[in-house]
Design a protein around this ligand. Structure first.
Ligand code: SIN
Ligand code: MN
Length: 267
């Protein structure tokens, strides 16, 4: 798959690009089954909802040395339609994974992600340039009721806004301060709901403002995220770096699997 000039321009202007039906039903079934298997493990790299203890985030599936690894996810991160598309956007073949995760926004229990830019945190990880791109794959239908992502188109052009430490949800992280969000929403473009079907995919820029609400539906909303960074932009040393599952120190470029497949007996 090669992105067209129009798609590349759209990413540049909006800060994201939606690719519909990128994975078949059979491929999504493989990824769903692996997500269910890993979610049952009792290991580091799985963050749980504070009230109910159900899994909220599984991290580092792409890394064969992680307890949360999965051959299907190792392969998914190397497919030409995934890695190749990010290579095209970032104009380099030398990319490593800063991290990977599956956000399991469970039916009813799955909680909010406040407005933020991913580079708010990633700069604090020691990364200098806002040159990262995330590739997201929907494993379930993403609806507004089910807490789909919302993006503010074009907000990646604001540059990085100093973030604030946020303990309002089970996953403590750096969100964008309320006054900055209000200003961006009042002055910028109208946010859009990133709804879709299993197998749809979305690429987005690390400075794009995004958030998602509580899952108020009876269905889980699972989404996979692969966050790629050029090896030339690998983090500088920082005091007290986040754990390996959140900030990878494996800076080996991810290799394209030209003929890679998610189907077959391997998974
Ligand atoms: C994120 O911003 O990293 C994830 C938000 C979501 O999965 O809803
Ligand atoms: Mn995010």
């Amino acid at each position: 798959m090669t992105l067209t000039k129009k798609q590349l321009l759209s990413f540049e202007q909006d800060g994201y690009l939606i690719l519909r039906n990128l994975f078949s039903k059979e491929e999504v079934t493989v990824l769903q089954a692996e997500a269910e298997r890993i979610a049952k493990l009792d290991t580091e790299g799985i963050v749980r909802e504070s009230q109910t203890n159900t899994p909220k985030i599984i991290l580092r599936m792409h890394d064969p040395s992680s307890p949360t690894t999965s051959p299907a996810y190792v392969m998914a991160a190397r497919l030409p339609r995934v890695l190749g598309a990010v290579q095209q956007i970032l104009r380099t073949r030398s990319l490593y994974l800063h991290h990977s995760k599956i956000n399991i926004k469970g039916a009813i229990e799955g909680s909010v992600w406040p407005w933020h830019q991913d580079f708010g945190q990633w700069k604090l990880d020691g990364i200098v340039e806002p040159n990262l791109v995330t590739f997201m794959i929907m494993l379930d239908e993403a609806t507004e009721l089910g807490g789909c992502l919302h993006f503010q188109p074009g907000s990646h052009r604001l540059g990085r806004i100093d973030p604030q430490w946020d303990e309002s949800t089970a996953y403590n992280f750096y969100s964008t301060p309320i006054e900055d969000i209000k200003r961006a929403l009042k002055q910028g473009r109208k946010p859009v709901a990133i709804t879709g079907r299993p197998g749809d995919s979305v690429l987005f820029h690390c400075n794009l403002l995004h958030s998602s609400g509580q899952n108020l539906s009876a269905e889980d909303r699972r989404q996979v995220y692969f966050c790629y960074n050029p090896t030339s932009n690998r983090p500088q040393e920082v005091n007290n770096p986040r754990p390996e599952f959140a900030r990878s120190t494996n800076w080996e470029p991810v290799q394209l699997e030209e003929n890679g497949s998610l189907l077959g007996s391997k998974f």
